[in-house]
Design a protein around this ligand. Structure first.
Ligand code: AMP
Ligand code: MG
Length: 395
């Protein structure tokens, strides 16, 4: 049997970062910057008021109360500005350019709010409530490095330096196909022998949470020809494909039957629980990676976390490897089969303990849904007493 680490290493040796493309800002959320973004101008581009108030000469408001004539009114976006002479004031709004002559802004709260003249009751020192040009970014300064994942704030600064498009590695497009003649779309009634199809929902959501674009291609039965046809349809628009089910040792294993003859996908036993049967390889001219995950719902989810998620990181141009474990004290005894690494479902608490959930079967989806962590038990350990420190992968 192959170890979990060997299987992941083989996947990461095959999967490549996606080529950067030029993305419109609307498409760039979650993409990974492939260029350095810098600002062509200083930000702010000009000195401006940080508050609604009055632009004055600080010397004129040193002794308060004082009443000054208001000679102009400047809103944000104003261009024609009258200079503020000695003893004068200009009503000014947040973001409006500072008029010449003024060296301070008196917030409206420190005044009577007058529009012809204003009574000021509190002094402002020079520079008060002024946002200086270049205070955030100097002209030419790099604001984002290549390799940065574009989140909402990063999108904001890209737009804020005047860019409409950026070069970035896009979110990988991942098509998810479930197999199994027993599967029925949720929302439809169950006939005897059937179950509601759930893996494609879990896996598509997991793709999205891992920075990819997940597409549910729905369920196919157990006919390898139908699966091949479905793969053919989706291959053109996929950066990766995930299948679930049909990779075990029984009869009617459509994924194995369809893909083994191609010679580019390997089906192996990986020394883990849950999730022993695993397929991985590439499809088509573009060598699109395909992850053939086992069908049991817990197995397919754990396999995703261990193998697909790091592969998506690699495709996004990010550091990729095993999920980082934390250490916790286990609140009950654990058992694990010899020679296989176990990933038991548990609840990680803020007091540094982890409690295995009731129901560790690989079909027990409700137990998985009640967990927030995987407890890792190494290959050579079969029993873990209560109170032991264990490695835990937070979900
Ligand atoms: P398989 O790997 O196809 O032998 O499936 C293993 C177990 O997982 C069987 O009990 C299947 O009914 C179940 N299973 C397979 N695919 C799904 C799915 N998409 N949703 C829910 N259960 C599934
Ligand atoms: Mg099946």
């Amino acid at each position: 049997m192959k170890s979990v680490d060997e299987h992941l290493a083989e996947i990461l040796a095959t999967v490549r970062p996606l080529a950067p493309i030029e993305l419109e800002l609307e498409q760039a959320l979650g993409a990974t910057l492939a260029e350095e973004v810098s600002s062509p101008v200083p930000l702010p581009p000009f000195d401006n008021s940080a508050m609604d108030g009055y632009a004055v000469r600080a010397a004129d408001v040193a002794d308060v109360p004082v009443t000054l004539p208001v000679i102009d009114d400047v809103a944000a976006g104003s261009v024609e500005l009258r200079a503020v002479g000695p003893g004068h004031s200009v009503r000014i709004m947040t973001g409006a350019p500072m008029p010449a002559g003024a060296d301070a802004v008196v917030p409206v709260e420190w005044t009577d709010g007058g529009t012809v003249s204003v009574r000021i009751t509190r002094s402002a020192t020079a520079g008060n409530a002024i946002r200086r040009a270049g205070e955030d970014v100097e002209a030419g300064e790099v604001v984002l490095k290549a390799g940065t994942v574009i989140g909402p704030a990063q999108l904001g600064i890209i737009a804020g330096v005047g860019r409409r498009r950026v070069w970035a590695r896009p979110r990988p497009r991942v098509v998810v196909i479930s197999t199994g003649a027993e599967l029925v779309e949720p929302g439809s009634p169950l006939l005897p022998g059937q179950i509601w199809e759930s893996n494609s929902f879990t896996l598509t959501a997991a793709v999205r949470e891992s920075g990819g674009e997940g597409f549910r291609a729905g369920a196919v039965g157990d006919d390898p020809a139908v699966l091949l046809d479905r793969l053919d349809t989706h291959l053109v628009r996929a950066d990766a494909i995930i299948t679930s089910g049909g990779v075990s040792m029984g009869a009617y294993e459509p994924v194995k039957e369809a893909l083994s003859p191609l010679g580019t996908v390997r089906f192996e036993k990986v020394a883990m629980q849950p999730g022993m049967p695993q397929g991985f390889g590439v499809l088509g001219e573009d060598r699109v990676p395909i992850f053939a995950l086992p069908g049991n719902p817990v197995s397919s989810f754990v396999s995703f976390m261990l193998f697909v998620r790091p592969a998506l990181d690699r495709m996004r141009g990010l550091p990729a490897g095993m999920p980082e474990p934390v250490t916790a004290r286990v609140t009950g005894p654990l058992r694990s089969p010899a020679g296989r690494r176990s990933f038991l479902r548990g609840v990680l608490a803020s007091d540094g303990t982890v409690s295995p959930v009731h129901g560790q079967g690989s079909h027990q989806l409700a137990a998985l849904a009640s967990a927030n962590a995987l407890i890792v038990v190494d290959e050579d350990v079969t029993e873990v007493p209560e109170g032991t420190s264990v490695e835990v992968i937070p979900l």
